[in-house]
Design a protein around this ligand. Structure first.
Ligand SMILES: CC(C)(COP(=O)(O)OP(=O)(O)OC[C@H]1O[C@@H](n2cnc3c(N)ncnc32)[C@H](O)[C@@H]1OP(=O)(O)O)[C@@H](O)C(=O)NCCC(=O)NCCS
Length: 180
C-alpha cells in the first residue's frame, strides 16, 4: 500500500464527504442515533467541503491510496484558527476503517502540524468523550486532556473533550519523521 498525503483541491470535496460519511457510520455507531447516521447526505456534506477547502487560513489534506485508482482518498484532515489567539484547531481527522492502524492518522497529523506550526503556537483537537480509540490515538501522540463540553447531535446530548498540544512547533518537530 502506497499512500500519499497532499493538499486537497476543490475537486476532492465529494471524495472527502464519502470518507467522512463512511467513517462516521463506523466510528460513531452506538454514539450518535442510528437515524442520524442513516440520513447523512453525502451531496450536502460535499457542498460544505467545497467551501471549507477554499477557506482562507484553513488547511485541508487528503491521504490517497495509489492502489485504489477509482476511489483513492482514504483519509483527510481539516484545520484552521482555533477559538483562542495563537491556537490552531484540527476540526476533522478521519481515516477509513479499512486503512486504520497503519500509521496514516499519525502521518496526517504530522503533515498538518508541519503546515500549522509556522503560523500558530498551540494546537487543540476536540473529540467525543465516548470515542475511546481516537482518544487513545491523541494520547499516544502526546495530547493533554482538557475541558469537556456538551453538544447535541441528532437530538442526543454528547460530550466532547479537548486535547491540547501547548507547543505546536515541538509537536511538528517530534512528528517530522512521519510527515511526507
Ligand atoms: C483516530 C484515527 C484518526 C487514528 O488514525 P490511524 O491511522 O488508525 O492511527 P495510526 O495508525 O496512525 O496510530 C498511531 C498510534 O495511535 C494509537 N492508536 C491508534 N488507533 C488506536 C486504537 N484504535 N486504539 C488504541 N490506540 C490507538 C496507537 O498507539 C497507534 O500506534 P500503533 O498502531 O503502532 O500501536 C482513526 O482511527 C480514525 O479515523 N478513527 C475514526 C474517526 C475518528 O474517530 N476520528 C477522530 C475524531 S476527532
Amino acid at each position: 500500500m502506497t499512500v500519499a498525503i497532499r493538499p486537497a483541491e476543490g475537486d476532492d470535496a465529494a471524495a472527502i464527504a464519502r470518507v467522512q460519511v463512511a467513517t462516521w457510520r463506523t466510528a460513531y455507531a452506538g454514539i450518535f442515533p442510528d437515524a442520524y447516521l442513516d440520513h447523512l447526505n453525502d451531496i450536502r456534506i460535499a457542498a460544505g467541503w467545497t467551501a471549507s477547502i477554499e477557506r482562507p487560513g484553513h488547511v485541508t489534506l487528503v491521504a490517497e491510496d495509489g492502489s485504489l485508482p477509482r476511489e483513492p482518498v482514504v483519509g483527510f484532515a481539516h484545520a484552521g484558527p482555533g477559538e483562542a489567539a495563537g491556537e490552531a484547531e484540527i476540526f476533522t481527522l478521519y481515516v477509513l476503517a479499512t486503512h486504520q492502524r497503519r500509521g496514516l492518522g499519525r502521518r496526517l497529523l504530522a503533515a498538518m502540524a508541519r503546515r500549522l506550526a509556522p503560523v500558530h503556537a498551540r494546537l487543540v483537537i476536540r473529540v467525543l468523550v465516548e470515542n475511546g480509540p481516537a482518544r487513545a490515538f491523541y494520547e499516544r501522540l502526546g495530547g493533554s486532556a482538557g475541558d469537556i463540553r456538551r453538544l447535541h447531535v441528532g437530538g442526543r446530548p454528547v460530550d466532547e473533550i479537548a486535547y491540547h498540544w501547548p507547543d505546536l512547533p515541538r509537536l511538528s518537530a517530534t512528528l517530522a519523521g512521519a510527515a511526507p
